[in-house]
Design a protein around this ligand. Sequence first.
Ligand code: ATP
Length: 311
Amino acid sequence: MIECRDLTKKYNDLFAVDRLTLRLEQGDVYGFIGPNGSGKTTTMRMLATLLNPSWGEATVCGYSIYTGAKQIRRLIGYMPDFFGVYDDMKVTEYLEFFAAAYRIDGPARRRRVEQVLDYVDLGYKRDALVTSLSRGMTQRLGLARTLLHDPQVLLLDEPASGLDPRARIEMRELIKRLRRENKTIMVSSHILPELADICNKIGIIERGKLIWNGTVEAAIQAVRGKSVFTVAVLHDRNAEAAERLRLFPEVESVTPDPKTHALDVRLRDGYEDGSFIPERLLQAGFRLRLFKEKEVNIEDVFMRITKGITS
Ligand SMILES: Nc1ncnc2c1ncn2[C@@H]1O[C@H](COP(=O)(O)OP(=O)(O)OP(=O)(O)O)[C@@H](O)[C@H]1O
């Protein structure tokens, strides 16, 4: 649905987006993550055909951004990070104005406006002035506006920025709902954990370069690399157990977790099955309190992937 090859935008000496290559299939929810100024907005604006690249190619729904702008604009919904709302306009008037721009006319326009208002749960604000809405409501109105023409592909630029925790959760739920409808969604954020549970793929961009691109599971796997198990024994004998575990030929390292004091046992390459750990510890007279495969927190993944670049 979205494909970029070497997509590049240069401003004088600055590569705002530097040879970006990625591919999204229908139904993908792509978390586009990067710090401020890393090139997220520039990428989305190019895909939305609002900004010309310096070079490179991109297609959306099979249309080139160079020659198919008209078709692309009909098929996508772009929600910018900042969008203007007009003074003295009611919520319904605002949406009807944009519906008219999409040539939704007659009674269908009213119906569609009510549908999208319901979708984002703003029906009860239909007669409020847009300027009176909270930040969370304004973002939901922005999403409603983006959905008016029922686009297949959504480009959502930091939809949760500036929202309080509750409004963030509501925005996330809305994106999950759109995902269930099989929309293809590219959603940006500078916070990875915010996106981890709603995306199936992530891309991490830094200074215009995509430094990671793949499935969420692949990112976790790449960081974890090897099998790691969390182990704890009873009676304050973790240090003793650590000594014993270090003697096992399958074990590469044993490190106590500073927070929980449980032991992280990392296996050597080629070993995945850690079931020998509880067996041998029991044989050695230890009593097990905890044994499980270590969970990798998505925040750790982000820190590990970006570490080499930012430091
Ligand atoms: N019109 C422009 N002229 C010159 N430089 C620009 C222009 N637009 C963007 N840039 C630069 O390109 C880089 C990428 O900007 P961009 O807005 O795409 O980043 P971003 O990841 O969306 O950041 P944010 O999270 O702050 O929105 C930044 O260094 C920015 O200053």
